[in-house]
Structures are given as C-alpha cells and as structure tokens.
Design a protein around this ligand. Structure first.
Ligand SMILES: Nc1nc2c(ncn2[C@@H]2O[C@H](COP(=O)(O)OP(=O)(O)OP(=O)(O)O)[C@@H](O)[C@H]2O)c(=O)[nH]1
Ligand SMILES: [Mg+2]
Length: 309
C-alpha cells in the first residue's frame, strides 16, 4: 500500500492592489487573519496564514498590492512583496478578472513588475483571475485567459471567486500538489505568525480605512501601545495609538463630539473580542506624526510589530 507523502511549503500571494489576495487568504483559512477593505493598498506587511490539512500544510504569505508609488511606506510595502517571493516554494498571482475584462489594455502594464521578477523563475506559478462572481457570462473571460496564457506560458490559470468561494476547494488541492514533500513546519492549530497585538492594530486600521475618505487612510497607522490581560475577568485591556500624517486628519478621525472615533472603536472592539475570545476594553488615542509615510525609521519601527515574537 502506498502512502500519500506529506507536503509542506510557502506560497506567496501576489498581485495588483485590490485584487482580492487578502479575501482569498481568509476564505481559504475559514478565518480572518488579514484585513480587507474596498480601498487599494490595504495590506502593508507580509501576513502569514497557515492552512493545515491531513496531508499538507500550506503557509501562505499575503502581501501588499504591487503598484508604482513613491515614499518610504510604499518602498517598505514593495520590499515585503519581494521578500515573500524570495521565501516562496510556489507563487500565486491573484488579479481582478472583472477589471481586466473591462480594461484589457491595463493587464500587461499592471503586472509588468511581477512578470519581470518571475521571468526566469522555475517555481510553480498559479494565476487566479478573481471576482468571477461579478459577471454571469463566463465566456467573457476567454480573451483574458488567452492573454494571461500568452504572457505566462508556464502558469496554471485557475479562475475563482474569493468572495463566493467558487473554485477554492479545487484551488487548495492544486496548491498542495505543487508543494515539496516534507513535514509540517507549524503546529496544526496555529493559523498565523502575526502577534495578537499586531492583528488588533490591523483591525483598528481596517475600521479607519472603512470610515475615512480619499487620501486620509493612507496617512494613518496604528500601534498597540499597551496590552493587559485580566483572566479573572475574562478581559483584555488595550491601548492603541492612531498616528496621523497631518494635523487635520486628527479632527476627521475624532469626528463631531467624538462620534467617529467612538464608532471606529466599537467596531474594532467587537472584532478584537472575536480574536481574543475575551471581553475587550479598547482605548484609542490619535497622535499627529507629521509626514510619517516618508519616515523610514518610523515605518521600520512599525514593521517590527508585525514580526513573530
Ligand atoms: N465581488 C467580489 N469582490 C471581491 C472578491 N474578492 C475580493 N473582493 C473585494 O475586493 C476588495 C479588495 O479585497 P482585498 O482582499 O482587500 O484585496 P487585496 O488584493 O488584498 O488588496 P490590497 O491589500 O490593497 O493589495 C474588497 O472590497 C473585497 O470585498 C470576489 O471574489 N468577488
Ligand atoms: Mg490585502
């Protein structure tokens, strides 16, 4: 009787901003490890999500969307992408199929830097045109699939909907088949390597992204300053700092008579309670840190928070 070999490996989730990389990761894990918003450039760090099956462990690396933008923050985001690519045993490129059906001329340009980086790469490559739920007539996708096939002759192309989970079970089997043989690296109950404090800060940032408009979300960063657990009361007390790049953002976040920050705090608290499995007391402070997205030392400091402890 032949036994199925156990497989384990790292998979980089890459692609343009807003493609649905983070949505896909959460959907595959059946749990939220990485934040999702309708705004591009939501993910700012490498976020590890671990999927453990009977015969395989897939270690996904969610990454920031690849775009040509300036400033220290964007530089650090792009570094997270290339670093993840360096670590990967297999690569998954996610793209918004609906967008490129409407604007086929943008596909090559938007994916140029990824294609260049993968030009001589021999690792398994899966390309997942995502958001197929947005069009009923699937034949609309054919020119896009042909174009992707021309640009990446070595890729396996696998259309999905991360939102409706269409194709995800089959995608998981396909990814597992691409991994090297080997034992699991992480315990089977571990879902991420990100510290809880970082995940809580991310949840707060998600709520800020959802409530703020225009350029404001891009001038916002969150850091958990203090985290205390009171097991007797089943309570976690969290103090978090919201850094803003311009003084005017502070008033926007606080809102009329504090209404905005109260709403953001309530929404974030509920999600953090789910994360910790405790009641949460969340205190938020807004602090002006002039032009922080162009301050490499500040960003470097923030990035440390995402690292496993
Ligand atoms: N209709 C539809 N929307 C989707 C799907 N997947 C993701 N979205 C939406 O697309 C938007 C962006 O999703 P994210 O998962 O944050 O995308 P991302 O690629 O991680 O984006 P960045 O982190 O900014 O690079 C959100 O509004 C999602 O709800 C899908 O399969 N169908
Ligand atoms: Mg993301």
């Amino acid at each position: 009787m032949s036994e199925i070999a156990h497989r384990c490996g790292w998979v980089a989730l890459m692609g343009p901003p807003n493609a649905g990389k983070s949505t896909l990761l959460n959907a595959l894990l059946g749990q939220k490890v990485t934040i999702v918003t309708p705004k591009p450039q939501t993910t700012r760090n490498q976020i590890v999500g671990i999927l453990t099956d009977k015969d395989a462990q897939i270690i996904f690396m969610d990454t920031p969307g690849v775009a040509k933008l300036r400033g220290s923050l964007n530089k650090s985001m792009i570094q997270a992408v290339w670093q993840s690519l360096g670590q990967a045993n297999a690569i998954m490129v996610v793209l918004d199929a609906n967008l490129y059906i409407k604007h086929p001329e943008d596909l090559e340009k938007d994916l140029e830097s990824i294609r260049e980086a993968l030009a001589e790469d021999k690792r398994p490559l899966i390309i997942a045109p995502n958001k197929v739920d947005l069009f009923a007539d699937k034949s609309k996708m054919l020119p896009l699939l042909t174009k992707i096939g021309e640009l990446w002759p070595n890729a396996e192309i696998f259309p999905i909907s991360a939102m409706t989970h269409d194709g995800l079970e089959e995608l998981k089997v396909l990814i597992e088949s691409k991994l090297p043989e080997g034992p699991a690296i992480f315990p089977d109950d571990q879902i991420s390597t990100a510290p809880l404090r970082f995940m809580a800060a991310e949840i707060i940032r998600e709520k800020l992204f959802l409530h703020l408009r225009q350029e404001v979300p891009y001038g916002v960063a969150v850091e958990v300053e203090n985290w205390e657990e009171d097991p007797a009361k089943n309570l976690t007390i969290i103090h978090a700092l919201i850094y803003v790049a311009r003084p005017m953002y502070k008033a926007m976040i606080i809102g009329k008579a504090g209404s905005m920050i109260k709403e953001i705090g309530t929404e974030a608290r509920k999600d953090i309670e789910e994360l910790t499995g405790t009641r949460v007391h969340l205190e938020l402070w807004v602090k002006v840190r002039e032009d922080w997205p162009n301050d490499p030392a500040f960003i470097n400091n923030l990035n440390q928070n995402s690292q496993p402890v």
